[in-house]
Design a protein around this ligand. Structure first.
Ligand code: AGP
Length: 616
């Protein structure tokens, strides 16, 4: 997820571009760049690795770059590591086309090969450079205008994009195109703007229009024209933004956490897309996205997953899923324990380190310990170029984009996807999964985003429930199998942002002590998505209910008998039960969020916590 901005008008563009990018840094901050054109002179392109402040210093706050027409980009690397050469804007070989891109071009490799066959050269490892040069290719091949060249590109690429492009032959003009990535146009007096989100332009105008998928626009100082894919002009309704600047950075949401909860369908879709290949009916896992080969996987005879916090909970889910699909033994270890226990590993052990930040000290140390013991280490990270990504033998990049809220949600969900894909890849390599079974699993996995959207559409009911328990002092989460793993995550979500003590228990373990804590009014949340364990967990719910607990039952549609036992029920859509944790975690995230909000706490920055624990 990256941030793009643009302005065409009469004022100096560079300082405004930097200001706009500063409002979008939460969308990506590993590198940035601007391209500004002064009249019909050649555009000046300045790029820098690191935070936006590096680019700002390089351009003296924008003062050293002249011109009133320009585009800017702040990057979160998905293809090509964070570097100045990979930073946007990207430029066609002869400088004819300059562009910036937010999104993912899934078929960029085949397009790059095609362009190389037509004598194009490539200087970066990015999919975005391919998109810019493909526009240039069509512009020259068919001798057509910018809109038609962009339209041809949109038809040819697969993936998501918000593109902003300048053409040498068209000074004072910026062209945009959109599919799946956000793009907003700001309408000013004698100046017009573009941005990934409203925050980038709200300082200059509150009159905006929204570009829909497969639409384009042409921005000049005098106005904005909108086009459909056929190149026909279309009209756009002007919307008045009534957000304040702070709210705008959260896309209109009150907190980053609730925004990121809502981003889960999209980032899960992106992450699945990056990890599979083939056409419907014969899809399989794209092993290259893991940096692994089938031979390597075939040689694995046991797996150790090591991580911290929520990432550890992903490992707990993965343990059940991988063992069920592959029969390969999996052990999950807290990284802070693993690193000091002289782990017993062999060169046939695959060690998987899961980390959103890729910088967690305990997880990094665990990785290095495993590597020194000769194991193949696989990192599942959300930050390209992070320490854990760099030190691992191979890595898989989750495409959650920057996660601002300390409490992880979308990164957790994309890590689950990564582990499901790894389980399928291992199952195929081990012969425990037939290709048809992998296809069926992938087809079902691709329904998860829409199923999460359904859960989110009913969030008010969970908000009501949360309001009843904002003053709770002790909460218990119980479940069996992967439901127990989901309980661990649900409990942490509640603890870390609402400061309410809670515990997750394997439901069958309650009678071995904890049930003594159950008394009148204690909230117990039962998670029951696994059909084979459903009746057992219902029995455990009856046990706590008979001791006065107030029970919330979280299960799948169809298990309506739960309403005879639980005081409150939350239903999630049915799915392959291996993937149920991706659905059951959403109501648990929402419960934690709403209770924290009810208590008036700092949801995004809870006390005593940091987004990345880079110390022991
Ligand atoms: C999760 O909500 C917490 N913020 C925390 O447990 C986090 O998952 C843990 O610190 C691991 O961080 P990492 O994924 O960046 O390694």
């Amino acid at each position: 997820m990256c941030g793009i901005v643009g302005i065409v008008g009469k004022r100096a563009a560079a300082p405004i571009l930097l200001e706009g990018l500063s409002k979008l840094e939460y969308r990506g901050y590993d590198s940035a760049g601007i391209a500004v054109r002064d009249g019909d002179k050649k555009p000046v392109v300045v790029k820098a690795k690191g935070r936006l402040s590096v680019l700002s210093e390089k351009t003296d706050g924008g003062k050293s770059v002249k011109g009133s027409c320009g585009i800017g980009h702040t990057r979160w690397a998905t293809h090509g590591e964070p570097s100045e050469i990979n930073a946007h804007p990207h430029v066609s070989d002869d400088g004819n086309v300059i562009g910036i891109h937010n999104g993912i071009i899934e078929n960029y490799q085949e397009l790059r090969d095609k362009l190389i066959r037509h004598d194009y050269k490539f200087y970066s490892g990015t999919d975005s450079e391919v998109a810019v040069k493909l526009i240039d290719y069509y512009y020259k091949k068919y001798q057509i205008g910018p809109i038609d060249a962009i339209a041809k590109t949109m038809v040819r690429v697969r993936g998501s994009y918000a593109l902003a492009v300048m053409f040498e032959d068209y000074p004072g003009e910026i062209y945009v195109a959109r599919k799946d990535s956000p793009l907003v146009i700001g309408l000013g007096e004698g100046e017009n703007f573009l941005g990934s989100d409203v925050p980038a332009i709200l300082k200059y105008t509150d009159h905006v229009t929204y570009i829909n998928d497969m639409e384009m626009a042409r921005l000049t100082a005098d106005g904005v024209e909108y086009y459909n894919l056929d190149g026909d002009k279309i009209e756009k309704e002007v919307v008045l933004i009534d957000w304040d600047a702070a709210a705008a950075e959260k896309g209109g949401y009150e907190h980053f956490m609730i925004k990121e909860i809502h981003e889960q369908p999209g980032v899960i879709r992106d992450t699945i897309g990056s990890g599979i290949k083939g056409e419907p009916g014969s899809r399989t896992v794209n092993l290259e996205s893991f940096g692994l080969t089938a031979e390597q996987l075939k040689g694995v005879d046991n797996i150790v997953i090591t991580a911290c916090g929520s990432a550890y909970h992903v490992g707990m889910v993965a343990q059940y899923v991988i063992e069920d699909l592959t029969r390969v033994p999996v052990r999950v270890e807290l990284a802070s324990e693993f690193r000091y226990r002289q782990p017993i590993l062999s060169e046939k052990t695959l060690v998987v380190v899961i980390s959103q930040s890729g910088e967690t000290a305990d997880s990094l140390a665990a990785l290095r310990e495993a590597r020194d013991l000769g194991c193949h280490t696989l990192a599942i990270v959300n930050v390209m170029g992070s320490s854990i990504a760099r030190d691992a033998d191979s890595s898989f990049l989750t495409l959650a984009g920057p996660e601002i809220s300390v409490a992880t949600t979308k990164a957790y969900s994309t890590q689950l996807v990564a582990m499901y894909l790894l389980a399928m890849a291992l199952g195929e390599a081990k012969g425990t999964l037939e290709p048809a079974e992998t296809e069926a699993l992938i087809a079902e996995l691709l329904t998860i985003p829409e199923k999460i959207e359904k859960i989110l559409s009913e969030k008010e009911r969970i908000q009501w429930f949360a309001s009843k328990f904002a003053s709770a002092r002790d909460v218990f989460y119980i479940g069996r199998g992967v439901d127990y793993a989901s309980c661990l995550e649900g409990s942490l979500k509640l603890k870390e942002i609402s400061y309410i003590h809670s515990e997750a228990y394997a439901a069958g373990e309650l009678k071995h002590g904890t049930i003594s804590l159950i008394e009148e009014g204690i909230l117990v949340i039962g998670v029951l998505t696994q059909s084979a364990l459903y009746e057992k967990t219902v029995s455990n719910i009856v046990e706590v209910k008979s001791r006065g607990a107030y029970v919330c039952g979280l299960t799948t549609y169809g298990n309506y008998d739960i309403e005879d036992t639980a005081d409150f029920t939350v239903f999630v859509p049915k799915t392959d039960e291996h993937f149920a944790p991706s659905l059951s975690v959403v109501p648990l995230q929402l419960m934690g969020y709403y209770i924290s909000v009810m208590k008036g706490l700092d949801v995004d920055k809870p006390r005593n916590l940091a987004k990345s624990v880079t110390v022991e």
